[in-house]
Design a protein around this ligand. Structure first.
Ligand code: PEP
Ligand code: MN
Length: 360
């Protein structure tokens, strides 16, 4: 897939002077719920109304969506509010039904993107339509799998495309429901700068309180839009209750978010430097995470040394580590002096941790 301007034609054609906002409930629940939320969103910056009709659930038994019936409610919401509508399609039958109900934009869910067979079936079903297709990242952190799905649509002559970054699942429990792994989306953005990139902070967060900050990071990284789950009564939503916000909150968020506009030399410079700084912030955050992980392993070693009555400091092992790291550092253009200083500091912190463990 080359880098083609027409990938973002659908977005440019909207003529927005701010990033695209897609909002609406996780799931369509009832006709009243859909219409209530859509009418409230008419007063917001949202251009597109989202609602899941068929819900892919990790475990059976949770609410699995109202099914085709809900498409009529979406269609009504579109007629009454003028908002465009989007829903997730997970097989060719969904595509057929959604096309019959004037769905404007299709999205491919994270559990679908992982399967090239299903992605191919959906791409074939959409061949020949000019409806935009937004592809969510696969649940696992695999850029090729994500790009592969985009390519399958592109090869099916679908040129109105975009991607949605919704985070990646991890076995380990973190503060996120799905780890953002910003670097993966930034790599994708570097390779395909014309492919619209949209953040779904709701599924990354899994909780309301960090949606604003995630959205701000995305805007600082020059994302093209946001998809935010919005419900008139979030606590009583039938799915993803903890992460939905009200339409009023969404309006406040979009007022408070800083948007960096590219225009004029000065603005272009500020925009570029802010994007680069945000990339540094993302990497610094990863550094802290990884140092925290390293220290946890050092703690385990401390415990083991305590149980076996072994001394904290073992200079032979430490010199081996240093030697290896100096060589690896050279390959990355990092000076010996820097590597020495950094690892001395890390090592000292490990020793402090282990002494703490042994003395308590
Ligand atoms: C959703 O958007 O409601 C959804 C199910 O998302 P994902 O595919 O990212 O889990
Ligand atoms: Mn959801």
């Amino acid at each position: 897939m080359e880098n083609k301007k027409q990938l973002r034609h659908w977005l440019d054609a909207m003529g927005l002077d701010h990033p695209l906002v897609i909002a609406g409930p996780c799931s369509a629940e009832t006709e009243e719920q859909v219409l209530n939320i859509a009418h409230q969103l008419k007063e917001s910056d949202a251009t597109v109304f989202r609602a899941g009709i068929w819900k892919p659930r990790t475990r059976p038994g949770n609410f699995e969506g109202v099914g085709a019936l809900g498409l009529k409610w979406l269609q009504k919401a579109k007629q009454e509010t003028g908002l465009m509508i989007t829903t997730e399609v997970a097989n060719p039958h969904h595509v057929e039904l959604a096309l019959e109900h004037d769905v404007d934009i299709f999205w491919i869910g994270a559990r679908t993107t992982v399967s090239p067979f299903i992605v191919q079936d959906i791409a074939d079903a959409l061949r020949g339509t000019n409806k935009p297709v937004l592809i969510k990242n696969p649940v696992n952190p695999d850029l090729s799998l994500w790009l592969g799905a985009v390519e399958r649509f592109y090869k099916a002559d679908i040129e109105n495309l975009g991607v949605i970054h919704r985070g990646f699942s991890t076995y380990e429990k973190t503060r996120y429901r799905n780890n953002p792994e910003w670097q993966i989306a930034v790599d994708l953005q570097n390779r395909f700068p014309d492919l619209p990139l949209i953040l779904d902070p709701s599924h990354i967060a899994g909780r309301r309180d960090i949606i604003f900050d995630l959205s701000q990071t995305a805007l600082d990284l020059n994302y093209d839009g946001l998809m935010i789950e919005t419900h008139h009564d979030p606590d009583n939503a039938w799915s993803d209750a903890a992460q939905q916000i009200t339409p009023k909150e969404l309006i406040k968020y979009t007022e408070d978010l800083r948007i960096r506009k590219e225009s004029g030399d000065d603005a272009a410079f500020t925009n570029k430097i802010n994007t680069l700084r945000t990339k540094i912030d993302v990497i610094d955050h990863q550094l802290i995470e990884i140092l925290g992980k390293r220290m946890k392993v050092a703690d385990d070693i401390g415990q083991l040394k305590k149980d076996h009555n072994v001394a904290v400091l073992q200079s032979k092992r430490w010199n081996e580590i240093l030697g290896k790291m100096i060589l690896e550092g050279e390959e990355k253009n990092l000076s010996e002096e820097f590597i020495l200083r950094m690892f001395k500091a890390i090592h000292q912190e490990s020793i402090n941790h282990q002494e703490d463990i042994i003395n308590h």
